[in-house]
Structures are given as structure tokens and as C-alpha cells.
Design a protein around this ligand. Structure first.
Ligand code: SF4
Ligand code: SF4
Length: 255
């Protein structure tokens, strides 16, 4: 099936500009039900936000809070949040009062009750967002009177930075779907480097310093300063560096 076929099929189900009723607050009878037994995929930017919230090194966070599965990308693993080993399989960040990482909660938790689909093509470098409205019977938020649409929801959940970073990640994910490891295969050096850039940003920062990576490219002074201070800027550099080493084509210019 080509991307265009997928686009035709999905576009019929996407919510578009339609309005929907939804609200979530501690007074809904189902409060925190959705934080139990949850199957939560973590994207690269989610990890930056949560590990910084917890003041953890990304390497420690990956080891203690996540596990890897074979997801829908046949050539790169998907990262899942490890749940508590309690009877309800609760999210490790759940307390009686609610989410303890609320200001830095993952994309999926922010986007719910919507789900974001990104479609596009790595050859054409085109990415398009589509949103779908989920309707789980346990979720009583749909009975609340507040009227929303996709744009209002994105603003209210402060999803802008997440969507921007997840859009960049979607391009890299598409690149990985073309099996850029070729003869090297899975789990070898290039894939390990790619995993480090995407999910272990503190490890990548150490790698950059050891290998003097920033010095190898012509970087604008203000970008270089931002890279040194901000994990998300370093991730943007890392994504371009991955394109550079895997395809030879990126916005980076060698010195
Ligand atoms: S309203 Fe829905 S999203 Fe909110 S706590 Fe209940 S189940 Fe979770
Ligand atoms: S991160 Fe927060 S909102 Fe998301 S599942 Fe865990 S407790 Fe719930």
C-alpha cells in the first residue's frame, strides 16, 4: 500500500475541524482510570521532558523506566513505559492526587482523547498531521459539557513543542523504516548510535564532547550555544547528524 493509499483511507476517519465534547479533571468519576494498565509509547522528546522533570540522566531513565518492543517500524525498536508491578499495573508517575509529572507528561497523555497520526514519505520529506477522536467506554470525559476542537485542544494541552519535536522524530522514524543499516543489520554500531541520539540525549551529549562533534560542522553561534544548553536543540542537531551519517544528506555542513 502506498502512502497515498494510506492517506485516502485515514483521511475519511480523521476528526478534521469537527467539534467534540471533552473535559478531564479530578471530579470525573473515572479520574486516573486511564493511568492504569496503560500501554504507553514514549517518543524521544517525551523522554527529555520526563527525565529532566525527575532530574535523572537519560541513560538511567531508559534503564529504570522503559522497555523495548518490536513496534510497527520493522527496523527500529519502540520504547514503552514500564508500569508498576502492582495489581492495577499503574503508571509509575501516578499518585492518589493524579499525575506527578503533569507539566511534563508524555505526548500521548496530553493528546488524549485525540490520537495523532503522522503520514508522509521519506523520499518527499512531507509530513501531515491527522487527528482521531478515541472513545473508550471507561472515559467519562466525553460526557462533560466543554466543547473542543483539535486546535483548541492542542492549545489547552500545550502540545505545540511536543508536536514540533514529534514531527522531526517522524521524519527520522521514516528514515529508519527504509532500513538504513543495510548490511550492518539490527543492534549494530549505527543502530546503537541512532538509539542514543533518539532516546539517550545525555549519552549523546557525552559522545559529542568526547568526539568533538560540534567542531566538525559549521554551526551558527547561537545554535551552538542553544545546543550546549538545551536537550531539545541537541536532539535537533542529532537528528540532522543521523541523516548525515545514514544518507549523506542533511542541513549540516562539514567544516
Ligand atoms: S475523563 Fe478520561 S482522560 Fe480523564 S481521567 Fe477519566 S478516563 Fe482518564
Ligand atoms: S504520565 Fe501521568 S497522565 Fe500519563 S499515564 Fe502516567 S500518571 Fe497518567
Amino acid at each position: 500500500m502506498t502512502n497515498d493509499n494510506i492517506q485516502d483511507r485515514i483521511a475519511g476517519e480523521a476528526i478534521g475541524t469537527a467539534t467534540f465534547n471533552f473535559d478531564c479533571h479530578p471530579r470525573v468519576a473515572c479520574f486516573t482510570v486511564c493511568c492504569k494498565n496503560v500501554n504507553l509509547t514514549l517518543y524521544p522528546y517525551d523522554i527529555i521532558r520526563i527525565k529532566n522533570h525527575l532530574s535523572l540522566d537519560s541513560e538511567d531513565f531508559i534503564r529504570s523506566h522503559t522497555f523495548l518492543v518490536k513496534g510497527d517500524n520493522p527496523f527500529f525498536p519502540t520504547v514503552k513505559l514500564k508500569l508498576k508491578d502492582d495489581v492495577e499495573s499503574s503508571c509509575p508517575f501516578l499518585s492518589k492526587q493524579g499525575c506527578t509529572v503533569y507539566s511534563n507528561r508524555p505526548s500521548a497523555c496530553r493528546t488524549y482523547p485525540l490520537e495523532r497520526g503522522v503520514i508522509g514519505s521519506s523520499e518527499r520529506s512531507t509530513i501531515k498531521d491527522l487527528y482521531f477522536l478515541t472513545d473508550h467506554s471507561y472515559c467519562l470525559g466525553h460526557n462533560e459539557p466543554k466543547e473542543m476542537d483539535v486546535n483548541k485542544w492542542i492549545r489547552s494541552q500545550q502540545l505545540h513543542d511536543y508536536n514540533m519535536m514529534n514531527g522531526l522524530w517522524a521524519e527520522i522514524d521514516m528514515l529508519f523504516r527504509d532500513n538504513p543499516w543495510k548490511g550492518e543489520g539490527s543492534g549494530r554500531e549505527k543502530q546503537q548510535l541512532a538509539f542514543m541520539v533518539c532516546y539517550n540525549i545525555d549519552g549523546f551529549r557525552r559522545f559529542c564532547n568526547i568526539h568533538k562533534l560540534f567542531e566538525q560542522f559549521k554551526l551558527a553561534k547561537d545554535f551552538k550555544n542553544r545546543i550546549k544548553k538545551e536537550d531539545s536543540e541537541l536532539m535537533k542537531f542529532g537528528f540532522e547528524w543521523l541523516k548525515h551519517i545514514l544518507t549523506g544528506k542533511s542541513s549540516l555542513q562539514i567544516r
